[in-house]
Design a protein around this ligand. Structure first.
Ligand code: MN3
Length: 238
């Protein structure tokens, strides 16, 4: 039997607890989830989306989802260690006491992380596989826009309109309330538009239809095409 004297044991234990304390405080300061910088300047999407809206939306609204998510997970490190998509897919297994907070804030973090990357100043047009899929499943881009915008208009209050992508590359429309996401039904999101008033109110006020229409000017089809290929290869997460 290995003998460790009490003094050596205590020294070791103290060193170990110091490491744990450092790691714990580091995790608390930074959180398991982080807000990535916006991948372009705030004014990049003008005039379709104004700079002030982008600044508030990213730096205040999205930041709040990340901060609230980390706060809700503070005493649940085993959940915090999971990928975001897995947390959302397994909401039923999250403790009752934090389930609403996780649903709203993990959903908000996933939705906005997806949202920023699929917009750009000059996002091009659908080409290749994604164009073929849109033609097949919606009857063309103009028909997709029409159905998507109508679904976005029908969202009562706050929510999202999205296009989901199945394992075989099949596309479908999905509208969700609040920060819910199809990821909660184990479906993958190809792209989506935020129809919360905070996404458009400074420029469009009550004219959500005008925002929905203008939003297509800043859709990043190159990013969506990459997401489509990733989904079919089984690599798309959020
Ligand atoms: Mn938003």
């Amino acid at each position: 039997m290995m003998h460790v004297d009490r003094r050596t044991f205590l020294k070791g234990a103290a060193a170990l607890s110091t490491i744990i304390v450092i790691e714990h405080s580091f995790a608390q300061a930074n959180g398991p989830f982080k807000l990535d910088p916006l991948p372009y300047p705030f004014n990049a999407l003008e005039p379709s989306i104004d700079a002030k809206t982008m600044e508030l939306h990213h730096d205040k609204h999205h930041a709040a989802y990340v901060n609230n998510l980390n706060a809700a997970l503070k005493d649940h490190p085993q959940i915090a260690a999971l990928p975001l998509s897995e947390i959302l897919a397994k909401l039923d297994e999250v403790p009752d006491s934090i389930r609403s907070a996780i649903r709203n804030n993990a959903g908000g973090h996933a939705n906005h992380t997806m949202f920023w990357q699929l917009m750009a100043k000059d996002g091009g047009e659908p080409e290749g596989d994604i164009k073929a899929a849109i033609d097949r499943d919606f009857g063309g881009l103009e028909k997709l826009k029409e159905l998507f915008n109508a679904a976005g208009l029908r969202v009562f209050g706050s929510g999202w309109v999205m296009v989901t992508v199945g394992k075989g590359g099949e596309l479908a429309l999905s509208a969700t309330p609040n920060q819910d996401t199809p990821l909660m039904q184990q479906k993958h999101v190809l792209f989506g538009n935020d129809v919360w008033e905070h996404a458009y109110y400074l420029s469009y006020q009550n004219r959500r239809a005008d925002y929905l229409k203008a939003w297509w000017n800043v859709v990043n089809w190159r990013a969506i095409s990459e997401r489509y290929e990733a989904a079919k290869a089984g690599h798309l997460t959020i």
